[in-house]
Ligand binder design. Structure first.
Ligand code: GLU
Length: 456
């Protein structure tokens, strides 16, 4: 082997070590919301930052609740945000692989059949609690003889549990730090239901192994699952990924967000006209030790993302905080980025550059351009207070003739000032209200040349 070849191998090895494969694994049983977005974004950023793969995994093993419509909606929402995945996998396509893994676990004695009904299990739990014991499954199914199992099978569908090694499970969480859970304090997890349906734990673990996931980032409601998942991965001879569990979002006052998540779907945010980059910028810093700031594009955002800056504390989410970031993003947009949208909104091509410069600092959402264009194009019913009637009529008589440009406003208002003696707000506000119908809006010197119809 020459030195170049050795170098190539070394580079390859380094690449493999730092490359990170992540996944975002929603169940297509509803629209994704801001809580899911946190998980999706973190996983996306880690994969992109480390030149790895970002997999969209649809956890659709529950055939009753999972739908294609929701799966499509998830893809649409992620695409709208610009969080493009490298590949998509569906758990419902992978039943054969789950069967293979289940068989491996049966052979090694780590998967055992149980026949307790939910009512029986509940009774057991209550008894344990009454005796002051933790409600951990007592493994009585392990004592069944083959003959007993055969006879039970005649009347009941057996479910399958993973036999945990009763030892401490330790791992270093990327956000929560060193964690340790005693396997004896949790029940052997059910991996396969009585009707044969593979449950999340089984499917997720097989997928993480088969897809070479190196880094799992998800909500802290999955911390206990992690302990059992580590043991199952080891039992299947898989590579244990690194884990990081981000804190759950709360409302602005610390109240649980879970009940409001129904109104915080990405669809709602889109309908509210919030800009994807504003949402992503906010979410990439919320709950971290670094200040929230606006990033212009995903690559800057990726560059500046660091999972280790996030803390374990519950994170307050306030939708109102995104609007100013969104507004700022819009005001920084170059006309070239929005010209197609403006053209589609009915603004003539030759007016677009000046119109955008006039309007961009004064809108919260891009959709608001329509309103301003209608003010320019159709004019408004002037808003004139009684005491300003005469003032406006004088102003009208002084309106310069010919084409308006950015100096017209200054020339016009100087003349009005001279004739009427008004100045400041008393001079400008009645004019603004008469020309636009509202009290707030763009710089009048930029707006005036765009007014096609002046109805005063
Ligand atoms: N489908 C699971 C969920 O949405 C995925 C959890 C995981 O990331 O392992 O909670």
């Amino acid at each position: 082997m020459d030195s170049l070849e050795i170098q190539a191998i070394e580079i390859q090895t380094v690449k493999e070590i730092i490359m990170k494969t992540t996944r975002f694994a929603p169940s297509p049983t509803g629209y994704i919301h801001v809580g899911n977005l946190r998980t999706a974004l973190f996983n996306y950023l880690i994969a992109r930052k480390n030149g790895g793969e970002f997999i969209l995994r649809l956890d659709d093993t529950d055939p009753v609740r999972s739908t294609d419509e929701y799966a499509d909606a998830i893809k649409e929402d992620l695409a709208w945000l610009g969080l493009h995945w490298d590949r998509v996998e569906k758990q419902s396509d992978r039943i054969d692989q789950y069967n293979d893994s289940a068989e491996k676990l049966r052979k090694s004695g780590r998967l055992y059949e149980c026949f307790e009904t939910p009512v029986e299990l509940d009774l057991k739990r209550k008894k344990q609690l009454n005796m002051g014991k933790p409600p951990v499954y007592d493994r009585s199914a392990l004592l069944l003889s083959d003959a007993e199992i055969q006879s039970l099978r005649l009347n009941r569908e057996g479910h399958w549990r993973f036999k945990l090694d009763l030892e401490r499970i330790n791992w270093k969480d990327g956000i929560l730090g060193d964690l340790s859970i005693d396997a004896a304090s949790v029940s052997d997890p059910v991996l396969i239901r009585g009707d044969g349906q593979f449950l999340y734990t089984m499917a997720s673990v097989c997928d993480d192994i088969d897809f070479g996931i190196t880094s799992v980032v998800r909500g802290s409601d999955h911390v206990t699952n992690t302990a059992t998942q580590i043991q199952i991965i080891e039992a299947l001879n898989g590579n244990v990924p690194s884990f990081a569990h981000h804190s759950l979002l709360t409302g602005p006052k610390g109240e649980p967000l879970s009940k409001r998540l129904g109104t915080l779907s990405l669809r709602d945010l889109r309908a509210n006209g919030l800009e994807p980059m504003a949402i992503l910028s906010y979410m990439s810093r919320l709950g971290s030790s670094e200040p929230i700031e606006l990033f212009d594009n995903l690559s800057d955002l990726t560059e500046n993302f660091n999972i280790s800056n996030f803390g374990a504390q519950p994170t307050k989410f306030d939708l109102n905080d995104i609007s100013p970031i969104s507004k700022k993003y819009i005001s920084g947009l170059d006309v070239s980025v929005v010209s197609e949208f403006l053209l589609n909104s009915g603004i003539p091509a030759d007016k677009i550059p000046d119109f955008w410069l006039m309007v961009r600092d004064n809108i919260n959402t891009q959709a608001e351009v329509k309103n301003w264009w209608s003010i320019c194009f159709e004019g408004v019913t002037p808003l004139i207070d009684k005491e300003d009637l005469e003032f406006i009529s004088i102003a009208k008589s002084l309106l310069p003739v010919g084409t308006f440009d950015e100096n017209t406003w200054k020339i016009w208002t100087s003349e009005i000032k001279e004739v009427t003696g008004r100045k400041g707000k008393a001079l400008f506000m009645p004019l603004r209200k008469a020309l636009t119908g509202v009290e707030h809006g763009p710089d009048m010197s930029k707006l005036l040349p765009l007014l096609q119809k002046i109805n005063i």
